[in-house]
Design a protein around this ligand. Structure first.
Ligand code: AMP
Ligand code: ZN
Length: 132
């Protein structure tokens, strides 16, 4: 845990989040930027600064949890695909120095399932996508 880290504060419950999934090792929540519908961040409850500094045990857990959520989004929620993004280091756009995977759900043009959802209505999006 890192006292100043915003994601550690979310993990400790000191800052609220729109929680999608939680287990003893990982937490997933909606990205506050709401730049695309369902933009989700997956973090380990153990603080590491970035992808390349993270050990294989934590990485495996993060990958498997990210896959679980991606499958849920496609199989149960109605998305057609997902993009998985990892920024490593400030020069790549990493702004929060707590390792995290982005899940960016995607839909085909003809998929109208989400047309009544606003991407910035994070509570409604969370209610739709929450896994546990
Ligand atoms: P990155 O640029 O890869 O480090 O991604 C960090 C992400 O964290 C950005 O997309 C931010 O919008 C997001 N973010 C920052 N603060 C919060 C917060 N309190 N709750 C949810 N997402 C956040
Ligand atoms: Zn942290």
């Amino acid at each position: 845990m890192n006292n100043e880290c915003i994601f550690c504060k979310i993990i400790r419950g000191e800052i609220p989040c729109y929680k999608i999934y939680e287990d003893e090792k990982c937490l997933a929540f909606l990205d506050i930027s709401a730049d695309c519908l369902g933009h989700t961040l997956v973090v380990s409850k153990t603080h590491t600064n970035n992808f390349v500094e993270t050990g294989s045990d934590i990485l495996n857990t993060l990958f498997c949890t990210t896959q679980k959520i991606a499958k849920h989004y496609i199989t149960n929620c109605g998305f057609d695909g997902v993009q998985i993004v990892i920024n490593n280091g400030e020069s790549s756009g990493q702004s929060v120095m707590h390792t995290h995977f982005h899940i960016l759900p995607s839909v085909k043009k003809e998929n109208k399932k989400f047309e009544n959802y606003k991407k910035d209505d994070l509570q409604a999006v969370c209610n739709l996508l929450r896994l546990n």
